[in-house]
Design a protein around this ligand. Structure first.
Ligand SMILES: [Zn+2]
Length: 83
C-alpha cells in the first residue's frame, strides 16, 4: 500500500501538519484505531502542528483530545437560549 509520505520536523522529528484541523483529524484517527490519546500542539521550531502522546507539561498550545472527539452536532448558527 502506498501512503503519502508526511514531512517531518527537523527538530522534533514529528510529523508536520500544516493546519490544526488536519492534526486533530489524525489524532482522532489514532484514538479510533489504536485508542491512543493524542494532543495537538503547535511547534515552536517549525510552526506547524504536531501530535504528542502525553500531556505536554510545558505546552504552548494543546488541546485535550477528549474535547475534540465530540461530533459537530451543533447546527451552524445555533445559539444557546438565554433566560
Ligand atoms: Zn516542529
Amino acid at each position: 500500500m502506498h501512503f503519502f509520505t508526511p514531512k517531518r520536523c527537523g527538530t522534533t522529528n514529528k510529523i508536520m501538519y500544516h493546519d490544526k484541523a488536519q492534526a486533530e483529524r489524525a489524532a482522532n484517527q489514532s484514538f479510533i484505531e489504536r485508542g491512543t490519546e493524542l494532543w495537538v500542539y503547535r511547534c515552536q521550531y517549525c510552526s506547524t502542528w504536531h501530535l504528542t502522546s502525553h500531556d505536554p507539561d510545558n505546552a504552548w498550545v494543546h488541546t485535550p483530545l477528549n474535547q475534540q472527539l465530540k461530533p459537530h452536532s451543533r447546527k451552524k448558527g445555533y445559539k444557546p437560549r438565554r433566560r
